[in-house]
Design a protein. Structure first.
Length: 141
């Protein structure tokens, strides 16, 4: 499984995941997580229409990232499925729960991504996934 966010590191992780799946004949899950905005964002008087637009834009952007990896997998002859996980309270929890529900053997992740304010805390998602994953995790630089 690989979670993508459009960052350089997630693209590298996706390439490694596709290559690994190709070499061992495994299937690939590709996900993008749309995180629920923090409580303060939602409580700050943001109009419902703006919140709806936020989720629509995030879903559309995530779909582009997932589709890019699905095309890469198809070219490599790897069977892959993609999914957008929406309104997740925690990116780490969404990734690890998805891996658990789908009995994933390996999560491939990049060292850094684009979530939050372009990752004020470098690698916090990768670190959280390593700590909480139900399976092995490969972190790609």
């Amino acid at each position: 499984m690989v979670a993508v966010d459009g960052s350089e590191y997630s693209r590298k992780a996706a390439k490694v995941a596709v290559d690994l799946c190709m070499s061992v004949g495994a299937n690939l899950f590709v996900i993008h997580v749309v995180q629920q905005p923090p409580y303060l964002f939602a409580a700050a008087g943001v109009p419902p229409a703006a919140l709806k637009q936020f989720f629509e834009d995030a879903r559309n952007e995530g779909t582009k990232y997932v589709d890019e990896v699905l095309r890469m997998a198809e070219k490599a002859g790897v069977k892959a499925v993609g999914e957008i996980v929406e309104k997740a309270p925690s990116v780490v929890e969404a990734i690890t729960d998805y891996a658990s529900r789908n009995e994933v053997d390996l999560i491939v992740t990049g060292t850094r991504g684009l979530s939050g304010f372009r990752k004020l805390v470098v690698g916090s998602v990768a670190s959280g996934v390593v700590s909480h994953a139900p399976c092995s995790v490969l972190v790609v630089k």
